[in-house]
Design a protein around this ligand. Sequence first.
Ligand code: NDP
Ligand code: MG
Length: 390
Amino acid sequence: MRKISIFGATGSIGQNTIDLIRRAPGDYNVVALTGGANIAQLAQDARALRADIAVTAYDDKLPELRAALDGSGIVAAAGQAALVEAASRPADWVMSAIVGAAGLAPGLEALKQGATLSLANKELLVCAGALLLETARSHNARLLPVDSEHSAVFQGLVGEDIAAVERVVITASGGAFRDWPLEQLKTATVAQASSHPNWDMGQRITIDSASMFNKALEVIETREFFRVDPDQIEVVVHPESIVHALVGFRDGALMAHLGAPDMRHAIGYALHWPERRELPVERLDLARLAQLTFRAPDPARYPALRLAYDVMARGGLMGAVFNAAKERALDHFIAGRIGFLDMAEVVARVLDQFDSADRGLDEAMTLDTVRRTDHLARMDADNEILKYVR
Ligand code: NDP
Ligand code: MG
């Protein structure tokens, strides 16, 4: 039986992972499940999967979790240290699906144990790519992509020589506002931004899809995962979300990965890798689809995309600045303090401030320097937001 742990088990990716696990209960021995505020879901899944330990990220939720697990024999724990302790428990396969930089310390700890870390949480590669890759290398651990585009690229590279790759094209649905008039974007509400035309995902990534901050993170994720140069990475808007990514080779061939927009494909591929097993996803009927469309992303509509290329050009710890400023801008948008288009403005200003002042961007990348940079960038973003609050 394979030992597995799921970080962010109560979220959208976590629940899709559990759906796959539950179809073959005899194959898995569940070590740790973690969540945040959704204690009922966490306890229910921990009982159903007979996990060894269930952890909530929030200390004040511990009594509720303990009560919900009473009599089950499952250990209940809470807080950041408990998340890292759960990651230190031996597991063969670990799903990293906590949203945001909060997943960094547990992800690094799982790699230190030599686990295969399946990375849904793209923020980790954006804020600490070099550190993650080096930790995986030095502990003989493996990182597998779960983001649909990166899983598609990974599958497109099987048996290929990375040196023969000319370009990588990742697709973007264009998000909730892809067909809105530009001037209307200013007034877009949180509820409007939280509804995705094709994918059913957590609220934060759904809003990031509407602003293309999600694609901006994914461009950086592509660079970190596959070590291609920034000018080899292209984004194309593909409203149907059927083609997830394409890999272009030096002989001109462009290999595409197609599939229904269902994250259980990418999760299942990582779960069973290097095998391919039966997965409960829809089979495409190409004749019924009839057509697939592509268009270039409009830079005026999606300013976040350009920022990703600025971040890659600067290098060092700038990815941590970018991710942290984006997370705070998104918090403030969700709280109603700033408008939809203000998010990219705030992030751009924070990047400028870090670039022009001596903020240690070129220090060695360690958990401490990433955390310090993340903290400073969040403070800068909060200061910027004060200018918008009326
Ligand atoms: P959700 O918001 O649905 O779930 C996030 C999970 O993280 C939940 O279990 C949540 O707990 C937990 N969590 C929230 N805050 C914290 C915290 N501070 N510390 C520890 N745990 C926390 O997100 P998604 O599942 O949509 O996304 C997860 C990751 O996967 C993100 O990085 C996202 O970008 C990426 N991803 C998601 C895709 C999708 O289809 N959803 C597709 C590709 C990538 P609780 O809910 O109990 O509070
Ligand atoms: Mg994606």
